[in-house]
Design a protein around this ligand. Structure first.
Ligand SMILES: C[S@@+](CC[C@H](N)C(=O)[O-])C[C@H]1O[C@@H](n2cnc3c(N)ncnc32)[C@H](O)[C@@H]1O
Length: 205
């Protein structure tokens, strides 16, 4: 683990909050956006699980053979991720960091995945951090969600079509937002799913 961006021993509120949550948490499942679309992943390259939490998606990406980076504010989550990765004989580059736009290096990742984390101020930096033809996988809660899980603060919930608007410069590969259409007993109702690809300027139409 590297790059603590604060004085040793001092916990910023965000780390404190999430450390409390992760103290008793076990590994979560791989996100639907990744499981259902894993055939879109490149065979090799660099992948980033941004705000990875316990890193179920990072583990999945590393298992697919990608050189995987996993960043989060919570030291406890990252320590647990190290343990899971070690047990699976996988190498994941973790970084404890409070994510801000300038945290993201330009044109560096073939794949970025973000699940259940929404900070609109990062939008441009995320797109800039993709290499040309890189893929962004995004899955997070919508305002129209049906169950009480996830945040209540609308600032952390997506408006209708919001991922399409935020990442408008990307080519849309997958978009799903079922909201309350049809039989609400079926299908994903709480989260929107988006995959976008960055255009390679050399070949853009
Ligand atoms: C709801 S969890 C989602 C974790 C994981 N992506 C998942 O889907 O299971 C949100 C994560 O964002 C991290 N987080 C929130 N704000 C952050 C920030 N400003 N910088 C870094 N990590 C942050 C938290 O530590 C937490 O792990």
């Amino acid at each position: 683990m590297s790059n603590r961006n604060k004085a040793e021993g001092e916990l910023v509120p965000i780390e404190k909050k999430w450390n409390q949550i992760y103290k008793h948490s076990l590994l979560t499942v791989t996100s639907k956006i990744l499981l259902e679309n894993s055939f879109l992943l490149p065979k090799q390259g660099k992948a980033l699980d941004l705000a990875c939490g316990l890193g179920s998606n990072a583990l999945f990406l590393a298992e697919q053979g990608l050189d995987t980076y996993a960043w989060d504010a919570s030291s406890i989550a990252l320590n647990k991720l190290h343990f899971f990765a070690f047990n699976k004989n996988l190498n994941i580059h973790t970084k404890q960091v409070i994510i801000e736009p300038n945290t993201l290096p330009k044109e560096s990742f073939d794949v970025i995945i973000i699940t259940r984390f929404l900070d609109r101020s990062l939008t441009n930096a995320i797109m800039e951090s993709l290499k040309p033809e890189g893929l962004l996988f995004y899955q997070t809660y919508v305002r129209e969600k049906l169950d009480p899980s996830g945040p209540k603060n609308p600032a952390y919930l997506l408006a209708r079509n919001e991922l399409l608007q935020l990442f408008q410069p990307l080519k849309v590969v997958v978009y799903r937002e079922n909201s309350i259409i049809g039989n609400v007993e079926c299908g994903e109702r709480n989260e929107a799913l988006f995959i976008g690809q960055k255009y390679d300027k050399k070949f853009s139409p």
